[in-house]
Design a binder for this molecule. Structure first.
Ligand SMILES: [Zn+2]
Length: 391
């Protein structure tokens, strides 16, 4: 749960944005994070095809649960965002990944008191964009949540003076001060229209309100036809609709994987935000079993509300190597489940509950022979929990 200060201090979001933008770009003052993404060299081809160089591994950094925009009206909330930018910049500097995945809860929309939460989303992707690294994102349960008026605002100190732009209606500013939350479609539109480095996309309309369900192909730069791996992204719900991966999404995966990878020869790697109920089954209890690898085992798994078939489909496909989720900030383990691995990322953001040290899970994909390796890179630079997720 977010922490709230007892003494609200109003800070205009524009000031916060400027502060964060300068923090994000402190290593290169010439970079303009707004609109100049096309000046960076693309390491991959556009559309849904990622390329890796022959003989070089393809490295992915997972940024989970950044929670930008938490308690923006306090003095400590915006500082959390500055610290989250520093975590991402450190990880990007140390690992130099080819690709970044934003694994949901990029923003704490239920704390964001401006009309368009994309401004905070934009800040969250700014360290990756500033380094010219392409990325993809999925939604978490906080990303499209409507604003929740804090109880503390109704105490003797009163509701803070809100900065509402003047509207054209007789009730000036009414629309812009209603803070209804920014929809998944609006957030996705803003990310993809303003960033040539973004590989995120809306999934098929038949899957909505689930939006971020799509697939990317990883192939060799020398041969875009030959796939090295398929990366599948799922919207696991939450916020404006239940926390679930629907049977329609499971069916979509079944059909899509049969279409693009009919003999299941190409490995498949899966990403979504909220752990499925299967995570509860393999979660270490009492003591850490030998077959799980991680460093924090501090919580019960907060699983999706229902299981509607996705795990049966994934578990029945030998090409599926691993699933990666965020959501539980106090868990960072990988445990085997059937013939695949279920993994948590690592809490990357200073926003969101928990004070466990921040870091990011890294994936390394090698081709010929295929291997999927993972470890966690911490904010202080050290590495741990290395595990081979393919064999
Ligand atoms: Zn979270």
């Amino acid at each position: 749960m977010p922490k709230f200060s007892n003494s609200p201090l109003i800070i205009q979001w524009s000031v916060i944005c400027l502060f964060l933008i300068s923090a994000a770009n402190s290593d290169d003052p010439q970079l303009n994070i707004h609109g100049n993404a096309q000046t960076f060299a693309l390491r991959t081809t556009p559309e849904n095809n990622l390329r890796m160089r022959q003989g070089s591994p393809f490295k992915i950094a997972l940024f989970a649960d950044l929670h930008f925009g938490e308690a923006a009206w306090t003095n400590w909330g915006p500082l959390q965002d500055v610290n989250s930018v520093k975590v991402m910049s450190t990880v990007l500097d140390k690992e130099n990944p080819d690709f970044v995945i934003y694994l949901g809860d990029v923003i704490t929309a239920n704390n964001i008191m401006i009309k368009n939460a994309s401004l905070y989303w934009d800040l969250a992707v700014s360290p990756t964009r500033a380094k010219g690294i392409p990325w993809a994102s999925v939604f978490g349960n906080h990303d499209d949540a409507p604003f929740e008026w804090p109880m503390e605002w109704f105490s003797a100190t009163g509701v803070p003076q809100l900065q509402c732009p003047a509207g054209s209606t007789s009730y000036a500013g009414g629309e812009d001060c209603s803070f209804r939350g920014t929809t998944r479609l609006e957030l996705m539109k803003s990310e993809t229209e303003h960033n040539t480095l973004s590989y995120s996309r809306n999934g098929p309309q038949t899957l909505w309100p689930s939006v971020s369900s799509y697939v990317l192909k990883l192939s060799l730069s020398s041969d875009s036809e030959a796939a090295v791996a398929y990366l599948y992204f799922f919207d696991s719900g939450g916020g404006s609709y239940p926390e679930v991966i629907s049977s329609a999404q499971a069916k979509w995966f079944q059909q899509k994987s049969a279409e693009v990878n009919p003999d299941a020869r190409v490995p498949e790697i899966i990403f979504w935000h909220i752990p499925s109920k299967a995570y509860k089954k393999v979660a270490p209890r009492f003591s850490v079993p030998n077959n799980c690898i991680g460093s924090i085992f501090m919580e019960d798994v907060a699983a999706q509300e229902a299981e509607m078939g996705i795990m049966r489909v994934l578990g029945g496909r030998p090409s599926v190597k691993a699933v990666f989720v965020g959501h539980n900030h106090g868990l960072d383990w990988c445990c085997p489940y059937k013939k695949l691995w279920l993994c948590f990322a690592r809490h990357t953001g200073y926003g969101g509950y928990g004070d466990w040290p921040r870091g990011a899970r890294i994936l390394e994909i090698n081709q010929q022979p295929f291997s999927l390796k993972s470890w966690i890179r911490m904010e202080d630079g050290h590495l741990h929990s290395e595990v081979l997720l393919s064999s």
